[in-house]
Each structure stands twice: as C-alpha cells, then as structure tokens.
Design a protein around this ligand. Structure first.
Ligand code: XMP
Length: 319
C-alpha cells in the first residue's frame, strides 16, 4: 500500500542518492509546490540547500512576508530574499501583450536567480516543484497538436544555461497529493491549502499595462474577495479565486457625484489539476456583498463583474 509517509521516506533516499554532498538551490514562489519541494529537500540534505525568493512585487497582499517568515523563522532554512520589485515594474512599463509580460518576467526572474546562485557559489543542482500536470501540459495540450497556449514555465532554460541538474521530487504527484505531502511534512494550513498562484503573479491579472498603483488597487480588491470567501467557509471548495483589474473605466454614481473608474472582474473555479475547470456557482447574495465591499472600500474601482467562463473554452487566468 502506497502512503504519503512512505513516499516521503523514499523521496528523501532518492534525493540523498542524487545529490550526494552537492549544493542545491531552490527558487521559492510563495506557492505550495516550491514550498513542499524545498521542505522535503531540506529534510533530506539540510543546509546543502539554499532557497532563493525572487520577490517581483507581483504577489498578493502579505504573501512575501509569509514566505520569509515560514522559511527563516519556522523551518530555519537558509533563504535569500531579493526584493527586485523596482526592476520588474520598471521593465513592465509600457508592456501590454500577455506573452511579452510572461517572457519579460520569466527572463528577468532567471537573470536575478542566476546572479543570486552565483553568489552562493557553485550549486550543481536546481530544485523545482514541478508536478505531473506540468510535465504533461508542457508536452501537449488537450484537444490540439503541440500548440503553446501560454508559456508557463518560470525557470525554463535555466538548468541548461547554468549547467545544473534538476531535482524534481514532486514530478509524479498531482496537486492534492502535494498538499497531502505538505501536511505530512508539517507545513502550516495557510500554505498547504493555498490556491495555486501563477509565476508571473498579478501581472497576468492586470490586462494592459502593469503599474505599482494598479497592483496596489488589485491587491486590495483581491484581499476583500478572499476574506469573504474564507468567512463563508468556501475557500477549500474552490481551486482558485482571484480578482482581475480591467483596463476599462465605466461611469458610476457615488453620493451626489459621478465616478469614472476601473472595472474589477471576479473569478472562481473548481478543478482537479488546472487543465479543465468549472466556474464556482456562488449565490447572488454572496457576490453582491463582495461587490459592495470592493466598490466602497477600494479607491479606483466602481464596478464589479463575475466571470462565468469554464475552461475550455476560457483559461483560468485572463492572460
Ligand atoms: P490557465 O490560465 O492556463 O492556467 O488555465 C492553468 C493553471 O496554471 C496557472 N498559470 C501559470 N502558472 N506560470 C505559472 O507558474 C504561468 O505563466 C501561468 N499561467 C497560468 C494558473 O494560475 C492555473 O492554476
């Protein structure tokens, strides 16, 4: 019988056998996958592992602080926290094409990561939290020949460029199994249960140009939405829920005045692996409560809409 406790033991042996006395670096994204991979590898080889958190400033509210707190204080895992939000936001100025955003973010991420890796000095191994669906989706996509729908992989090309070998202990697992392994490793619930978050972060939830101001507006709306979802006890029933800040302004009324502000779209889907998804059927009272709070509490948004598109034909993210 196959259990997570056995998987953990087997993987630890495999990691030790692969790595020997070598050094490993692991990029943390703030998500479940890289966190679980890092904690598992640390259990196997201790401080031969160094984690690098490239903080692009495109995270949700409070998440960067949570990552640093968990790794440094809770697990005592060596962590380099590199705040490069100015570099990322500077480079995103004027960029509106979704693939151009991804390419810039992916490339800049690699540049920063490579620089930090050099600083550590001669790591032969690169750890990644690659899951089974990532392995499949990067090869083909359901319903078509090898068409690239979105260029997903954040550190693609890095191992070759840096002449490193990959350590990918989660390659056989689906998301729910990674969560189970995370629990087995004692990761706090707030991490283990967290919805997936894309590598390019909020940049692909802000169609059009990404600015620090727009990121701040989106973070506030997103926080309210997720807070209401948690309060309603719905967080764990949903695969991903997030707000999108549209580059569209519409007219509204507030008190005696006319407003002309941005539209915010809300998305929530159920899924088992992210490859297909259904919309989450909130009741009208819930959506209305969230919309009212966002419009009242977030300066810059005066209209909220709900996205009813399943995947396919839509994708989960808007870009
Ligand atoms: P889509 O939008 O393609 O997303 O339906 C499927 C899943 O992948 C996540 N996603 C990404 N993850 N880099 C990532 O690491 C990306 O560029 C990226 N784009 C989408 C998305 O959040 C969903 O879970």
């Amino acid at each position: 019988d196959w259990t997570m406790a056995e998987f953990r033991k087997t993987k630890i042996e495999e990691i030790r056998a692969q790595v020997g006395s070598g050094k490993v670096i692991c990029g943390l994204s703030g998500g479940v996958d890289s966190a679980v991979a890092a904690v598992l590898i640390h259990e196997a080889i201790g401080d031969q592992l160094t984690c690098v958190f490239v903080d692009h400033g495109l995270m949700r509210m409070g998440e960067a602080e949570q990552v640093v707190g968990l790794f440094r204080n809770h697990y005592n895992i060596p962590l380099i926290h590199k705040d490069v939000s100015a570099l990322f936001l500077g480079g995103l100025a004027g960029v509106t094409d979704p693939e151009a955003k991804r390419k810039f973010i992916g490339k800049t991420f690699i540049d920063v990561f490579e620089e930090e890796a050099k600083g550590i000095g001669g790591a032969e191994f690169l750890a990644q939290g690659t899951l089974y669906p990532d392995v499949i989706e990067s090869v083909s996509f359901t319903g078509g020949p090898s068409v690239t729908i979105k260029s997903h992989h954040n550190v693609g090309g890095l191992p070759e460029r840096m002449n490193m070998q990959l350590v990918e202990p989660l390659r056989e697992l689906f998301k729910d199994e990674v969560r189970e392994l995370g629990r087995e490793l004692g990761l706090p619930d707030i991490f283990v249960g967290r919805h997936p978050f894309p590598g390019p972060g909020l940049a692909i939830r802000i169609p059009g140009e990404v600015t620090r101001e727009r990121c701040d507006v989106l973070r506030k709306a997103d926080l309210i939405y997720l807070e209401e979802i948690r309060n309603a006890g719905l967080y764990d029933a949903i695969w991903q829920a997030f707000a999108v800040l549209l580059p569209v302004r519409t007219v509204g009324v507030m008190g005696d005045g006319r407003t002309y502000d941005n539209v915010c779209a809300l998305r929530a889907v159920t899924s088992t692996d992210g490859m297909t998804a259904d919309i989450y059927p909130f009741d009208a009272a819930f959506l209305s409560r969230v919309a009212t709070r966002i419009i009242n509490e977030v300066k810059g948004i005066n209209r909220v809409v709900y996205d009813y598109t399943s995947k396919p034909p839509g994708t989960i993210e808007w870009e």
